[in-house]
Design a protein around this ligand. Structure first.
Ligand code: GLV
Ligand code: MN
Ligand code: MN
Length: 407
């Protein structure tokens, strides 16, 4: 077996991008869609794919496809994403893209030629870090989000650029955003390799697992409105303070999920208006991320949280609005494909995941599978996210073996 390309303790592809989008303030990487770091990664992907002789296409939703041989129907498509959360790790997304290219390079080096079309895809805005809705590129392609709504999504930062504007600035015609039957119709099967994001593979005697399911999850914006006033001149009893309501609400988010077994609920982002140290805010917005094994249980959890935040706000004389920003039902990956891959890879374990993926969006349309590579830190969406070189190489070799069987 030829060697996987390695440079200074990393897969060579990861080494080539190791400095792109480093975030000195937050730590880790901030590589948000169509901001300079992510644009640089896109250019790197195109260049690296072309070095392998792949033919690059840009679709009308911001996703990039690199074809090994002629594009065609019933293709085996492998891929992931290059964007990150703010201050994210090195592996979430890029490991899957690099491993896909490396697996093809391995196949090429043995003289293998595919018997069916094959592509590596990079999906746009998987994390939803810039425009708020995760897996935007795959949702648009599959018609899972209305293109008008997607185009109107505003940048989470203060500049408020719309997704449609960012798309136009990067060569995508906003009027052509939306379901792409031509692109979707060519996919015979989708495979995403990803760093494992919890402790699922720690202690198991395998560097690689196959995915079984994804938790049902979504994002909700919670706006709490009160009354702006002076921090010094307003007696404590005279306040309608949305920050206090938000604080009690956030504790309720944690308590509601913790009381429900293995449910998860998080507030990772908060914004106070106007945001002055000596100003009681007029409004506070928090964003809720809630996840559970079943769709109904996730909906129940959010209903309970909504009621508890509403009570906390009422006690402060504030009002609340809750808006669903995205929803992803529970995913159970194709059992035949899952078991076939696990068997081909020597009986590797099957693991559920709490993280969302483009593979979860694709699974509603085409046979889809995921491979997870062990993460010894058990931490993700953080600079601590990790995969050892040996395990990353094992992931590439596993993908190569799987592709050899499928192609
Ligand atoms: C993406 O990684 C998510 O699970 O939100
Ligand atoms: Mn992620
Ligand atoms: Mn990811």
């Amino acid at each position: 077996m030829p060697a996987v390309a390695v440079t200074r303790g990393r897969l060579t592809g990861l080494h080539e991008i190791v400095d792109v989008g480093r975030d000195r303030a937050r730590g880790g990487y901030s590589r948000h869609v169509w901001q300079p770091a992510e644009i640089e990664l896109r250019a790197w992907f195109v260049e690296r794919a072309e070095r392998l002789g792949l033919g690059v296409e840009h679709d009308r939703n911001g996703n990039i496809w690199a074809w090994w041989g002629a594009p065609g129907d019933d293709a085996v498509v492998v891929g992931s994403h290059l964007d990150s959360v703010p201050g994210g790790g090195e592996y979430d997304g890029p490991l899957g893209v690099v491993s896909a290219l490396d697996a093809i390079a391995l196949l090429q080096s043995t003289g293998f030629t595919p018997g069916r079309p094959c592509a590596v895809v990079v999906f746009a805005e998987e994390e939803g870090s810039r425009f708020g809705v995760a897996c935007l590129g795959s949702r648009l392609m599959t018609g899972a989000i209305d293109p008008e709504r997607a185009g109107a999504l505003a940048d989470a930062d203060a500049d408020g650029v719309r997704f449609a504007e960012a798309a136009e600035a990067n060569g995508i015609a906003a009027r052509h955003l939306g379901r792409d039957d031509a692109a979707l119709g060519r996919i015979g099967l989708f495979l995403e390799l990803h760093v494992e994001q919890g402790r699922g593979l720690i202690g198991l005697d395998s560097p690689v697992a196959v995915a079984s399911s994804i938790l049902a999850h979504g994002r909700w914006r919670i706006d709490i409105a009160g009354e702006a006033n002076h921090a010094g001149a307003t007696r404590m009893g005279d306040r309608r303070d949305p920050m206090v309501a938000a604080a009690r609400g956030i504790v309720a988010v944690r308590d509601a999920a913790a009381a429900r077994g293995d449910d998860r609920a998080t507030v990772g982002r908060i914004h106070a208006l106007p945001g002055g140290t000596n100003v009681i805010p007029s409004a506070v917005t928090t964003w809720l991320d809630a996840r559970s094994a079943r769709d109904d249980d996730t909906r129940d959890l959010v209903a309970e949280i909504t009621a508890r935040v509403g009570a906390a706000a009422a006690a402060e004389g504030c009002s609340v609005t809750v808006v669903e920003e995205s929803w992803s039902g529970a995913v159970h990956f194709d059992p035949v494909l899952r078991d076939g891959l696990a068997a081909r890879l020597g009986g590797i374990p099957a693991l559920p995941t709490g993280a969302g993926h483009d593979a979860g969006i694709l699974a509603a349309h085409v046979p889809t599978a995921m491979l997870f590579v062990r993460n010894p830190s058990g931490v993700s969406h953080s600079p601590e996210e990790h995969a050892t070189l040996d395990d990353a190489v094992a992931g590439v070799v596993a993908l190569e073996h799987v592709l050899r069987g499928l192609l």
